[in-house]
Structure formats: C-alpha cells, structure tokens
Design a protein around this ligand. Sequence first.
Ligand code: SF4
Length: 352
Amino acid sequence: MNKQSIYGLTLEQLTAWLAQYGHKKFRAAQVWDWLYRKRVTNFSEMSDVNQDCIELLAEHFAITTMSEHVKQESADGTIKFLFKLQDGNLIETVLMRHKYGLSVCVTTQVGCNIGCSFCASGLLAKSRDLSSGEIVEQIMQVQLHLDEAKQDEKVSHVVVMGIGEPFDNFNNLVDFLNVIKDHKGLAIGPRRITVSTSGLADKIYEFTDMNLQVNLAISLHAPNNELRTRIMKINRAIPIEKLMQAIQYYLDKTKRRVTMEYILLKDVNDRKEHALELVDLIRDMRDLASVNLIPYNPVDEHSQYQRSEQQSVREFYDILKQHGINSSVRLEHGTDIDAACGQLRSKQIRVS
Ligand code: SF4
C-alpha cells in the first residue's frame, strides 16, 4: 500500500500525531527540522531522533512519493518538471527565476474541471485532488534540485497557479499553506505566496475569514458575463457580479491587494472597448486592485485563439493606466519550452 507523504502534515498535526504514541513535542520539532532545514529524504538520516520514532514514522509515512518523469530547462533558467505520482498520474511544477528571487508554480489537482477554453489543462478533466503532501512535495522536489546544484539557492516565492482550481481542493490547500509558511521550516513569507482562483466566490469568503495573509489573484479574463462565459465555463455558475461582491468582501476585510489576471486573446477580449469595460468594472476598487495582462501563449490544443498584436497589448495597457488602474504586462518565462499551463503534461499524455 502506498504511504502518504509526511510533508502533508503541519507542525501542529505532526506534534499531535506523535503525541498519540507518547512522543514529546520536541520530537516533532526535531523531525520538522530534518525535513525542512536539513532536507533529508530518508527517516534513517535523522540521527538525533530515537530509533522507535524513526521506525514509527517509516511505518506510516514516506518522505518522497513522486519521481521526476521529464524536466525541460529554458534558456532563461525556467525549469518545468513533470512529476510522476504514486498512482502513475503526471503533474507539472515550474521553477522561475526573477530578479527578486526564485518562485515555484504548483499544481493542486490532477486535471481540472473549470474548463477555461484557452487552457491545455481544461481538456483533461479532473481525476483527483492532490493531497497536501503532494502539493508541498512539489516545492521540496524543486528545493532538493537546487540543493544538489550547491549554489545556495532557496525557493523564495510560491504561486498556486498550476493545473487545477486550488479553492476546489480547499482543505489541502490550507494545510499546504500552513506547512510552507511555518517559520521553523521552509519559512516562505505569506506575502510571497499567491493563490490564484478562477472565482469560486464562496471559497473567497472562507479564505478571507481565515486571515492567512497570503496574496489573492483572480482569473478574470473578461469584463462582462457574455464574454467571460464564452472563455470560462465557470462564469455560468458564478457570474461576474457574484465574484465582484466576494472580491469586495476580501478587500474590505483584509485591506490587501488583489490581482486580476487577464489573458489577452486576439480580437476576443483585447479591444479598446474591453479595456474600457474593465475600467468600469474595477474602478471602485482601484486603490487595491491591479491588473496583470498576460499575452496569450498559443497551445496546439486551442487553435481558435491567437496571440494579441503587441500594439493591442500596448493600447489595452495604456487605457488602464490612463484611468488610474495599476497594471502590468506579465514577463514571459520559458517561451522555448512547453511553458503554457498544462502543455507539457497534455503532450506527454498524448504521446503515451
Ligand atoms: S486555467 Fe486553471 S482553472 Fe482554468 S482550466 Fe486551466 S487549470 Fe483549470
């Protein structure tokens, strides 16, 4: 039987689990240190932990549960990993190099049911949620890869923007966030973590109330219901008005910034009138909301969409700026590899 990864337990959960077997609190702290600071991949390497405890852990947990299946490295240093899970499923994780540090984009589900029409993963329906351990392990696998290179590099930022809708796997997402934030472990500051949702409004309220201090991004992609429903099926169930109310609640309660992700599709949502409509939609929240424009990365699976002309991207950006909306155009990473979300995985599944 496959064992679950110990990375899925928060420090509190690990402490409580060990306490059931009579182990004191300091034992959990020792194990935690071996996992996240010394980063061993075998329980037997935890040299100051007593043998009983090591045997107990090894009986119930694994440390690593996934293996590297494919790795693609881009000229700009972006690395795309395809990991094979214990059940044979494949998931993608991406390491990106920025001026401000190293960020990792993690996957939260095997496949996705949201059905965004521009996304390679939208073609592969969700077969299951990832466990919290499998989400944490993606970061650890990347960190172990960096450790091997001995350049003293550390994952500093995390974006939950890979395959899957993180709010559709809410409890595991929250455990994952609590593990990677823990200051005795990976200690990734909450302000360096961003969770992106397609707009599950109920979960935005729940997420807000948990006060996790991590950043929120919304995959908006269109300024009106007609267009958004065409691009993202989810908008039929959760229309823009409902989504905007939830975002307003988040802003009022947290006073934190929210990023609206907007993928630019040529002649679909990239015209001047769309930019003006977007201004109207977020005008009242512009002190805290910013727009991240993402030039579309063409994927073979969705030939109906093309990349916007540079001129259209510029004009769209200028209109937002002129109306006082904080905006940026996303820098691209890994354009020479299968960089679009889900592209590498869907290619591998097609050839296998
Ligand atoms: S863009 Fe994200 S939410 Fe939409 S189908 Fe792809 S993986 Fe799912």
